[in-house]
Design a protein. Structure first.
Length: 115
């Protein structure tokens, strides 16, 4: 028969296995949090580049609408090229003329259609 004293004689504390499991879980959490930080940094950079592209696209758009910019060109990191397009409508009775502007900035491209 097991005495009451032997059941409670075990000292309080964690076993080696419990400590190792806790360290492994902590390591997984730390790794996941570092990956999230890296991904969020990349996302922030991408959003900043896209915002800059849209801002510059608006500037080019307004400049072209008021005839202040050439149909194609290059400024700093941005390049643009304009193509004039004429599209028949209503079975060829009328034609709609517009310009397609392709803007490229840091490897990203946006297309703007101008009247």
């Amino acid at each position: 028969m097991i005495s009451r004293k032997s059941l409670y004689s075990r000292k309080g504390g964690f076993t080696l296995i419990e400590v190792l499991v806790a360290v492994i879980i902590l390591g997984l959490v730390a790794t996941a949090s570092f990956r999230l930080m890296i991904m969020s940094g990349r996302t922030i950079n991408e959003v900043q580049v896209q915002r800059e592209l849209l801002n510059r696209a608006r500037e080019i758009q307004f400049s072209m609408l008021f005839q202040e910019k050439a149909d194609s060109g290059r400024e700093n990191d941005m390049a643009w090229e304009t193509r004039k397009i004429s599209q028949p409508v209503f079975g060829g009775k009328w034609e709609v003329a517009y310009r397609r502007v392709d803007l490229t900035y840091k490897g990203r491209t946006i297309v703007i259609y101008l009247p």
